[in-house]
Design a protein around this ligand. Structure first.
Ligand SMILES: CC(C)(COP(=O)([O-])OP(=O)([O-])OC[C@H]1O[C@@H](n2cnc3c(N)ncnc32)[C@H](O)[C@@H]1OP(=O)([O-])[O-])[C@@H](O)C(=O)NCCC(=O)NCCSC(=O)C[C@@](C)(O)CC(=O)[O-]
Ligand SMILES: NC(=O)C1=CN([C@@H]2O[C@H](COP(=O)(O)OP(=O)(O)OC[C@H]3O[C@@H](n4cnc5c(N)ncnc54)[C@H](O)[C@@H]3O)[C@@H](O)[C@H]2O)C=CC1
Length: 422
């Protein structure tokens, strides 16, 4: 039986053993799950060799827990795999500040995955388009036959979209297969459909099929998350205004929007990686979506509520699975899903979107008030101390000394270490 506290204050100050104890209480079968985590320094050799080619080892990335998150009325601990300091602290801090308004509310558009078939040299593209649409039922049956599991689960082929684009040698016909891939990201499923269907389409329209691959612009898998931060929780009306101005910068300037979205992806990619999902697919989709209007823009929106509080929302395409890819074979990915109780792609996606929004709030608040260095560099100071050669107790002492001096850099760390050792 899990013993969930409403807010995990001071989690960062606990030892790793104590944090694992809390996690063990939090999840069902906690002993088995966290025991496995304690034993795992890497991955079994045979798994590493099967997952990728030419394997020589593993590249461990720290796994942390974001606390204080309420998503759709439920307290959730979120596992995040990241090499960057302050990312997880920012989520914990942000989530704490919107608990009084109920945390994050989300919605999910569905798990429709798009596969593209490129058809070249089609003699009469407009007639060809009608011909393909006329054979909709045939195409549906053909695709569903390829992945009956998806059909059994209520998914499978749903729709067709046919676009005529202007290519280097004339009109290029692009056929989109729109497939409900349920709890899978669905790349392998839709790629197989596209590869098998392409020659059939080519023969119907007398065209030359070339590429047959999914699109990472997953704009039929949009997830939305929103939350309200009371002005009193974030430093008052002045901070609300500053954060709105900071957010507006990303709306008007793509140079800023890229950094704004990078901050969002700090959180999104960390949860995606922790669950064994494809970080590159998510990153590509998010950035392509951010540019869909023709100007690259922010993935979040910020506004002031009638009562002067700060309301934020995010819309982001998330092509995530809880089956398929590495999600089922990687033991940490399995544990991560268990910790979040993410038993569907929908639940996972909603949590990921909420973390993206939280991350953006954390960065905007820091940037609009103290600046990023204060919080981020304070947490990064220990890494700098290690880079300068500090070991054991020296690491914390050098980090503290750098924070007090306000000079957090390798030169200072090297000087302080020399002084300490002398
Ligand atoms: C770093 C904080 C959170 C400090 O913020 P603070 O207000 O000084 O924190 P605090 O020490 O008063 O603690 C308050 C709460 O914050 C959390 N917290 C505080 N410290 C920790 C910690 N060590 N580990 C875990 N949680 C922590 C924790 O929830 C804690 O509550 P408690 O548990 O004590 O009741 C804040 O300054 C912050 O959010 N900064 C922004 C950090 C950030 O965005 N980092 C991302 C890296 S920078 C980047 O790549 C993206 C960027 C910035 O360029 C994006 C952009 O430009 O938009
Ligand atoms: N451009 C891209 O993003 C590309 C990505 N990939 C890779 O493809 C992998 C993901 O492919 P998937 O097709 O998701 O994996 P997959 O093929 O391993 O698993 C998906 C299959 O699992 C079965 N299944 C069982 N239970 C299911 C459920 N509840 N919901 C849905 N399906 C269920 C279905 O038959 C489904 O087709 C990732 O590793 C990704 O890196 C591959 C090619 C291109």
């Amino acid at each position: 039986m899990s013993k969930r506290t409403s807010r995990l204050s001071g989690f960062a100050t606990l030892s790793r053993e104590k944090r694992l104890e809390i996690l063990t209480d939090w999840i069902d079968n906690g002993d088995d799950a966290t025991g496995a985590l304690g034993r795992l320094d890497g991955l079994p050799d045979d798994l590493v060799d099967r997952m990728i080619e030419n394997a020589i080892g593993v590249m461990p990335v720290p796994l942390g827990l974001a606390t204080n998150m309420i998503v759709d009325g439920k307290d959730v601990l979120v596992p995040m795999a990241t090499e960057e300091s302050s990312v997880i602290a920012a989520v914990c801090n942000t989530a704490r500040r919107c608990r009084s308004t109920g945390g994050f509310r989300t919605s999910y558009a569905g798990s429709l995955t798009i596969a593209q078939i490129q058809l070249l040299d089609v003699a009469d593209p407009h007639r060809a388009r009608l011909e393909i649409l006329r054979r909709f039922d045939e195409i549906k049956a053909f695709c569903d036959d390829i992945d009956p599991v998806l059909v059994e689960l209520g998914g499978g082929f749903q729709d067709l979209d046919i676009r005529l684009l202007s290519g280097r040698k004339g009109v290029v016909m692009v056929v989109h297969l729109i497939v409900d891939t349920r709890d899978a990201m669905g790349a392998n499923a839709v790629n197989t459909m596209a590869e098998r269907l392409a020659p059939v389409l080519g023969s119907w329209v007398n065209g030359r099929p070339l590429l047959r691959i999914l699109s990472n612009l997953a704009d039929r898998r949009i997830v939305r998350a929103e939350a309200v931060w009371p002005a009193a929780e974030i430093g008052g009306p002045e901070v609300v205004e500053k954060m709105l101005d900071a957010a507006d910068f990303a709306v008007i300037d793509p140079y800023r929007a890229a950094t704004h979205n990078k901050g969002i992806m700090n959180g999104v990619s960390a949860v995606v990686l922790a669950t064994g999902n494809d970080t590159r697919a998510i990153e590509a989709g998010a950035h392509a979506f951010a540019a869909q209007s023709g100007q690259y823009g922010p993935l979040t929106r910020w506004e002031k509520t009638a009562s002067g509080d700060l309301a934020g929302s995010i819309e982001i395409p998330l092509s995530l699975g809880i089956v398929g890819g590495a999600t089922r074979i990687h033991p940490v990915a399995q544990l991560a899903l268990q910790i979040m109780e993410a038993d569907s792609a929908e639940k996972l996606s909603c949590i990921v979107a909420a973390v993206g929004l939280a991350q953006n709030f954390g960065a905007l608040r820091a940037l609009a008030t103290d600046g990023i260095q204060k919080g981020h560099m304070a947490l990064h100071a220990q890494n700098i101390a290690i880079t300068a050669g500090a070991e054991g107790d020296e690491i914390a002492r050098i980090a503290e000394a750098m924070k007090s001096s306000g000079d957090i850099n390798e030169r200072t760390a090297t000087r302080l270490l020399k002084e300490l050792r002398e």
